[in-house]
Design a protein around this ligand. Structure first.
Ligand SMILES: C[S@@+](CC[C@H](N)C(=O)[O-])C[C@H]1O[C@@H](n2cnc3c(N)ncnc32)[C@H](O)[C@@H]1O
Length: 305
């Protein structure tokens, strides 16, 4: 690779993590904050009306015109520019790596009738490992390189992260990896065949730490249902987080999920050795947080839904 490309890569690496962590995310959080404050105001007005014995105003519609969805999504779309090398990767490498899906109303949605056949997609029958929120692709590119006998699907809404993942994949010269730019629950629920996934990974999902934001957390009862549908019986959902409150929430949700059993003894699973250290994990460690791993096995038999 020419030296100026390497410099651009280095710059981009530090920039993209900064952006990812700070400005764009912060800006979007402010927008969310405004909307959620309006929701809280509406709730308190309704409460006040009830206390005064007045008929409450009709509830405002739940459909969110910004996301085109009726349930909260676990991400904020970052509108930030891609660097020149990311743009180049998108142009040159997406035909090799990116699976383009027909959309619904939202840019990150998946049209209701889309079906993806993994055997056609990868041109072979092999165990399928799916990572939700693959970020810049550190974990999945490493795993795809180490395990050429498996196929890997990265689902991410962060376009610059997907571009970085393609750059890494090309360096590693791997072809057992495909990427989808979409809201992961929709891909898992609508596009992938039931029971087609051998392992599902969610590493360092956005913790949505404020109480009023916890409804945005990816790991929820609904996600457990969707994961059970996508996983084959005996397939494993692997989770990792540096956020203790989210880890506790994950245990509560997954212990109660009717289609899963714990795949670890003791309080937490051992660190999943197939996971490389990403910037998010490093940051958690630096801040003195415990890294929590969890693994849940999909029970045999049909799902309970
Ligand atoms: C905190 S980052 C962690 C990235 C990576 N797993 C790592 O450890 O470096 C979480 C990522 O999940 C992505 N994400 C969140 N919700 C998602 C969803 N519903 N569908 C696809 N990606 C999502 C975000 O865009 C973000 O890149």
């Amino acid at each position: 690779m020419p030296e100026n490309d390497k410099t651009a890569e280095r710059q981009e690496k530090s920039d993209s993590h900064e952006n990812h962590e700070n400005s764009e995310l912060h800006e979007n959080h402010e927008t969310i904050e405004r909307r959620e404050n309006a929701e809280l105001r509406e709730k308190s007005e309704r409460h006040q009306a009830a206390e005064n014995g007045e008929a409450p105003a009709p509830r405002k519609k739940q459909f969110d015109s910004r996301t085109f969805r009726d349930k909260p999504v676990s991400f904020v779309r970052r509108g930030g520019r891609m660097t020149p090398s990311q743009e180049r990767a998108w142009q040159d490498l997406s035909s090799r790596y990116v699976l383009e899906l027909p959309r619904g109303h939202a840019a990150t949605s998946v049209a209701a009738d889309v079906r993806v056949d993994p055997v056609t997609l990868f041109g072979r029958e092999a165990p399928l490992i799916v990572e939700v929120g693959s970020g810049q692709g550190h974990a999945i590119v490493h795993a795809a390189t180490e395990r050429p006998d498996c196929d890997f699907l990265a689902i991410e809404v962060f376009r610059a992260g997907l571009a970085r993942t393609m750059i890494r994949a090309e360096w590693a010269a791997i072809d057992n990896l495909k990427l989808v730019e979409a809201n992961a629950p929709e891909v898992l629920e609508q596009a992938l065949p039931e029971g087609s996934v051998d392992e599902l990974w969610v590493f360092f999902a956005d913790p949505w730490a404020k109480t009023k934001h916890t409804k945005r957390r990816l790991i929820s009862q609904d996600f457990a249902r969707i994961a059970a549908q996508a996983l084959r019986p005996g397939g494993v959902l692997r989770l990792a987080t540096d956020w203790q409150d989210y880890a506790d929430h994950m245990v509560t949700v997954m212990d109660a999920a009717p289609d899963f059993e714990r795949d670890f003894a003791g309080e937490w699973a051992p660190r999943f050795e197939g996971r490389v250290l990403t910037a998010f994990e490093q940051k958690g460690i630096k801040k003195g947080r415990d890294i929590r791993d969890l693994a849940y096995r999909r029970l045999s038999g049909p799902t309970s839904r």
